[in-house]
Ligand binder design. Sequence first.
Ligand code: FES
Ligand code: FES
Length: 327
Amino acid sequence: MVDGKYGPDVSLNEFIRNVADYRGTKAMCHEGGCGACVVAVRAPLPPNNEVKLFSVNSCLVSVLSCHGWEVTTVEGVGNKTMGYHDIQARLAKFNGTQCGYCTPGWIMNMYSLYESKKKNLSMKEIENSFASNICRCTGYRSIADAFKSFATDIDDRLKNKLIDLEDLDFVKPCGVNCKTKCQHKCDKKDSKPDENKETDDWFVVDETNKIVVDCGSTKFYKVFDLNDIFQAMEHGEYRLIAGNTGQGVFHVSNYPSTVIDIFNVAVLKEYSMDVNLILGAGMPLTEMMELFLKISGENEEFSYLKQFYDHMDLVAHIPVRNRIGDE
Ligand code: FES
Ligand code: FES
């Protein structure tokens, strides 16, 4: 359970590994660069509170920002007790893992992508989606092949490789040697995915719905409304955080007396269009890119946005773009 004893300097990654004690999620660079720490988040997002599944670098997210999030770690996707997810099993079959340190991050990035796109992915999309992860020992070809085997336009080379691998004996978590299409039912506990869910009894929700966490020397505000930002600013020296991706560069450890999380302020995520396209400063880059693609296809006057989309595709990577705004 998260409560006021964890300040804004405690990352989601530290909480998962050291408090919840789930060690599947790894950490290495603490800069959003290696992908070892990627987890999947399901959360209602402004401006319309649509529930979305997206990946984040847990090393860059303050655990206090996770209110209302359902966080899934690699243990929740599949494990030796409940059985492995197809993504995990296929990565292993394609020899896409050696020391394994990077593997949970690859799995979680692919899982988030696969689920968020409703399993409708092309080989190109998959290949283009892994700038966030580094592997120092396996070699990327086997990892790329494993994930591209989930594509709807899988090519013959991979299809044949997949058939060959699926024909191999495969040891299930129960220890029984089965063919892939095996009917053997593991008698181990048929548990549900072990998702780490936040509980909601640690915070104070005030009359305007903002959440206030007293962390001792710092008060952490999670606000949903523009006015609440300005009210919270009146309490003294403050820091605004949105995606908190700057943490990967600046490694902030000293926080002022007031920290205000503005990631959920709906008006900062909206856009309007007349002869100009006006974007809310808090719109994550992922959403901005989707918007660019949509508008460039619908409106000839804005067709140049496709060039912007192509450029943004080279900026950072998906888990960072899911959090960082265009401010
Ligand atoms: S630890 Fe490297 S991206 Fe988070
Ligand atoms: S398997 Fe060793 S770093 Fe990727």
